[in-house]
Every structure is written in C-alpha cells, then in structure tokens.
Design a protein around this ligand. Structure first.
Ligand SMILES: Nc1ncnc2c1ncn2[C@@H]1O[C@H](COP(=O)(O)OP(=O)(O)OP(=O)(O)O)[C@@H](O)[C@H]1O
Length: 405
C-alpha cells in the first residue's frame, strides 16, 4: 500500500511573492486525491515541494516519519525513491526513444541487469498500452502517448506515491477520460497514494477520493470528495461551474460586488457524479473500502450535504455494518424502500430536508419527518468489514500486448 503524506503548516514564497501559506493536509495512503485551483495558485509549486524539489520556508512534509523539508540530503534521496512523478509534458528526453526513456530511472537508480531492466520497462509499457512504440522518439508521438510514456517511466521504480501534474493538459476529452481511467486502474493494481493536480472539472468530479482547492494563497479546503463537490463556497461553485462571475478573475484576485455574489448564490452546485470504477477484469480498489471506514469515522465533522452524499453511497448492508440503522420512512430521501428507522442514530443531515437528487437512485423520495435530536451515540460504530471481492485476472490496458502484432 502507498504511504501517507502529512503536510503541516507549509508556506512557500518566491522573494516577496507569497505562493501559499499554512497549507495543512494529509494524503491518505493508497487513496487518490486531487488538488484544484485557478491558474497560478501554486499547484505545481506544491507538487515540487512534496518531492523536495522546492524548499518551503515554513512547515513540514512528513513521509515515513521523515520531514523532507528539514532532513539531510541523503534521507531526501531515499524518500524520493518512493515517488513517481508525471510532469505535464511527460518530461521525456527528446533524443531517446520511448524504451530508453522508460528504462532510464532503472539504469540510473538500480543495479539491475539489462535483461531485468527490459522485463520491468516492457511490463510498464504494456500497462500503459505502448507496446510496439519502443523505438519511437517523443517528437514522433501524440501528446496522449507522451503522457502515457511519462506515466510508464514514473512507474518503473514501483513508487508508493505518484504525483501527476495536469494529466489533462493538451489532451482531448476522450484521451483525458482514458488517462483518468488508467490512473484509477493503476491505483487498483498497485494501491499507491496518488495526487493529481488539475483544473479539469470532470477529472475532479469523477476520479478522486479526496479533493482540495488552492485559492488566494490558501488551501480553501481539503477532504473527502463529497465536501468540495457539494460546497456552496463562492469560489468553489464558480470553479466547478466554470463561470465568469464570482470571486475568481483573470488575474485570480478580483473584487466582487454584492450583486455578483448574489447572482452566484443562485447558481446551484452541480450534482455529484459517480466516481470512475475500475475497468472490468481488474481487482477492486482497496482504497475504497479503507476510505469508507475513514470517512464514516469523521462523518459528523462534515457538512450536512457531504454527509448526505456519503451515506447515499452505502448499501443497506453497509449501513448496518457501520452501525447505521435503516432510517424511518421519509427520513432517507434517497432511499425508496419503506425501511424502519432509528432516526436518533442518524446524523443530523439524514433527517434534515434534502434536495431532490438528480442522479438515478434506487430509493425514491419519501415525505420528510420531523428532525430528531442528535444522539450522543456515535452513528458510525463499525462492524466487521465486508469480504474483499476475489481478485480477477489482469486485463489489458491499452493497445497491444507484448509479443502481439
Ligand atoms: N522557480 C520559481 N521561481 C519564481 N517563481 C516561481 C517559480 N516557480 C513558480 N513560480 C511562480 O509561482 C506561481 C505559481 O506557479 P505554479 O506553476 O505552481 O501555478 P499553477 O497553479 O500550477 O498554475 P497553472 O495551473 O497555470 O499550471 C506563479 O506565479 C509562478 O510564476
């Protein structure tokens, strides 16, 4: 499983220019997180700080107990081996063919023989569907292929943390979705901790387990995807809707009048979209189960709308497993079955009125009951975990298999 990355009070400036200050977040091990933010808010600077390429002035980045902002160079070198980084343009060496580009980290950082290197490099090329393109130069292939080659190179040292800088840049929407699918499938296979920096709203809405947003030199929020995707924060709503009106302007900071904010408050938060599932034939993502346990433990600290969305993802069995009683008729607007409830064991968000959900759900709306007072009893007393689905044989990713014509 990937490792946890703990960022605590991190601040970065270039001279007098503060990029961001006091950024605190934890990338949960093995989960996929996305960092959003308007252009120029320092997302790439953040990625570079995580891998120790830039030194923040304040704060810590703790990985495996080592603060990489303050550790000796030798420790930093060792910690860096945990990372695989996919830069925006793939950062391939233009004069090397794809095979040599992908083999490069193995030649630089390991003592593997050429035949061992070949085995690993071709395995990763197969994963990203580049078998058959070994001899191509980066200048001879499409942007999407360059991204996949960059991803294969990021994978050859079996990273536990993968940083991806704008996977969607320069790609058409279809290639972007395919690359997103590849990242989700990769996570299912290697369970690495993944952080993606993007401004692609579709990617943010469908890929991650957790989302954060940088804005005006601060981390506006970071947490389970349901929190940001249901947030009514004006900058978040403007960003998710891709609207010109709101606090985000061309130069990032903009004075907004009352009327503009009032207009924005009428803009609804787009409905939640389901997360991308792994491709058929691949094992389920272990991170999904871990995240569910984690998020349910912190459920009451989240906004009512986020709680609502999280609980909607639970099956009746999971609700029972996690100590939620099936709610009373009407107290669970997403559910259609007239189920018996103990509303006092439900979080407040469950019994408050909730808007009609736009995506299909097996549970039709029921009349709303009177809200019950919150119970002192935590609603998330977890029971035993559901059994892991049995692994299934590996599937092909893209393109041809090794040896295939
Ligand atoms: N090495 C550097 N020296 C000085 N300033 C820098 C350096 N690297 C980045 N910056 C500045 O930091 C700010 C944030 O840059 P960064 O590339 O991280 O933004 P971003 O959010 O990734 O933007 P985009 O979404 O457009 O890629 C910019 O103003 C940039 O000019």
């Amino acid at each position: 499983m990937g490792v946890e990355v703990v960022v605590d009070g991190l601040s970065k400036s270039f001279g007098a220019q503060t990029i961001w200050r006091d950024v605190t977040l934890t990338l949960p091990p093995g989960e996929i997180s996305v960092l959003l933010g308007p252009s120029g808010t320092g997302k790439s600077v953040f990625l570079k700080s995580l891998v120790g390429l830039l030194k923040p002035e304040h704060g810590k980045v703790v990985i495996n107990g080592v603060d990489i902002c303050a550790c000796p160079e030798h420790d930093l070198y060792e910690i860096r081996k945990l990372f695989g980084v996919l830069f925006q343009d793939g950062a391939l060496f233009g004069s090397m063919n794809l095979y040599d580009n992908i083999a490069f980290p193995l030649r630089e950082h390991t003592r593997k023989s050429e035949s061992e290197i070949r085995e690993v490099a071709l395995e990763k090329m197969e994963m990203v569907g580049l078998i058959g393109a070994e001899e191509k130069l980066p200048g001879e292939i499409s942007g999407g292929m360059r991204k996949r080659a960059g991803l294969a190179r990021a994978l050859v040292l079996d990273p536990e943390i993968i940083l991806v800088d704008e996977p969607d840049s320069g790609l058409d929407p279809v290639r972007t979705v395919l690359l997103n699918q590849l990242i989700v499938d990769l996570n299912a296979q290697i369970d690495a901790t993944i952080l993606i920096v993007t401004h692609d709203i579709n990617t943010a809405r469908t890929v991650p387990d957790n989302i954060g947003m940088l804005y005006r030199r601060n981390l506006v929020m970071f947490g389970p995807r349901e929190v940001l995707l249901t947030s009514a924060e004006p900058a978040v709503v403007q960003f998710l809707n891709g609207r010109p009106d709101g606090p985000i302007g061309m130069s990032e900071e903009k004075d907004v009048g009352e009327s503009e904010l009032a207009r924005l408050s009428e803009v609804s938060v787009p409905p939640m979209m389901p997360q991308l599932d792994v491709s058929p034939g691949l094992p389920a993502r272990s991170a999904v189960r871990r995240r569910k346990d984690r998020v349910l433990r912190q459920l009451r600290t989240l906004s009512p709308s986020a709680q609502q969305e999280i609980l909607k993802t639970l099956t009746p069995d999971e609700l029972a497993l996690h100590g939620f009683s099936v709610p009373a008729t009407g107290s669970w607007p997403q559910r259609t079955e007239p189920v018996q409830a103990q509303p006092d064991r439900l979080p407040q968000a469950q019994v408050a009125g909730v808007p009609q959900q736009s995506r299909p759900t097996p549970y039709p709306r029921q009349p709303q009951p009177e809200p019950e007072p919150e119970s002192e009893v935590p609603p998330w007393a977890a029971g035993p975990r559901p059994a892991e689905p049995a692994g299934t044989p590996r599937r092909r990713w893209f393109g041809r298999k090794r040896g295939e014509q």
